[in-house]
Design a protein around this ligand. Structure first.
Ligand code: AVI
Length: 325
């Protein structure tokens, strides 16, 4: 593959599996059981997430794609040339195609994702379709510091680095964790780099609940897949029929929470340890904060970024794409 297309072999940042085990065992032991949402994204989870982006009720992807299609043609002149586009949590890289097609100065694309299989396929597709751009995928949990791969050819100034963090994935982080993440991204991308970041600000439960609990059950499947993953990778004996998906809006915290609700009192085993569930007890599997523009800009400033421009959805979502420097 790497000889046919302009794509380098995957750069593994670290082995993720021991951390998965530690997070699951520790999280199931807590009073409020919880598992960090990054573990929703094994290959199957990444595939289901792609399906979510196409369900009618899930408005963020459609809204952001519309904003990106409008801003992409102006981006290069706004920034004055981009050497490297670094996408954080790249998934299928579908939205990236809008940027790649519009940025003629771009020399390389570095997709960073935790799901190695998924990343490999997405990177190969992009390298095929954009032969003039070097594709250098990095397998990493981007919540921890990771290094950019050395660039092929001439070295470039980090002012030519554009981070791309779409999808309102920043909303999957608590405010403190979001500041830490943006600070760390600033270090990784380098001085005078930029960050293009999508942030959903919706607070209307009439939009939010269906978006996170769609009628076809795709989001429920995404959540329940975590139990299958634990069974497969950590010798678990979860029976998914004992759990149901729950999307709950917390207006005080300004977030949607995903939970898996135990349907009966029972015990589950993982790696030889047993965990008791009461009927109605939940595993908290994800937070989706919907940061307002003032909340988001406050966090960005705390992480030493300044806003150069923003593009906001005029409709009910208020979804905003920010260009930070
Ligand atoms: C990846 N992330 C931005 C999605 C979100 O909307 O918070 C994950 C998701 N969870 C359920 N549906 C989508």
């Amino acid at each position: 593959l790497s000889t046919r297309y302009n794509v380098t072999p995957l750069t593994p940042a670290f082995r993720v599996d021991p951390q998965f085990e530690a997070d699951v065992l520790e999280g199931l032991d807590d009073d409020q059981k919880h598992i960090p949402s990054i573990w929703l994204y094994d290959r199957r989870g990444s595939e289901i997430f792609e399906e979510i982006t196409e369900v009618a009720e899930y408005y963020p992807t459609r809204t952001e794609t519309r904003l990106l299609a409008g801003l992409a043609p102006q981006l290069e002149s706004e920034i004055g040339g981009v050497h490297s586009l670094i996408e954080i949590g790249s998934g299928s890289s579908r939205k990236t195609r809008l940027l790649l097609a519009a940025m003629h100065s771009l020399a390389r694309y570095v997709p960073v994702d935790i799901s190695a299989d998924f990343l490999r396929d997405a990177a190969a597709g992009l390298a095929r379709d954009f032969p003039g751009v070097a594709v250098q995928p990095v397998v990493a949990d981007f919540t921890a510091p990771f290094a950019l791969p050395a660039s092929d050819g001439a070295t470039h100034d980090s002012a030519g680095n554009l981070g791309f963090f779409p999808g309102s994935t920043i909303g999957n982080f608590t405010p403190d964790a979001a500041i830490d993440l943006m600070t760390q991204l600033g270090r990784t991308l380098g001085p005078r780099s930029r960050l293009l970041i999508g942030v959903d600000t919706t607070q209307d439960p009439a939009l939010l609940i269906p978006a996170y609990d769609d009628a076809a059950g795709v989001t429920a499947e995404f959540n329940l897949n975590l139990l299958d993953r634990i069974n497969r990778e950590l010798d678990g004996d979860f029976d998914r029929r004992d759990f149901r998906h729950l999307a709950r809006h917390d207006p005080q915290q300004g977030r949607i929470e995903m939970h898996l609700v135990s349907q009966r009192a029972h015990e589950v085993h993982v790696r030889g340890r047993s965990f008791a569930f009461a009927a109605g007890e939940t595993i908290h599997t994800e937070n989706c904060y919907k940061y307002s523009p003032s909340q988001f800009l406050h966090m960005a400033h705390a992480a030493h970024w300044r806003c150069e421009r923003s593009w906001q959805d005029g409709g009910r979502t208020g979804f905003t794409v920010y260009l930070l420097r």
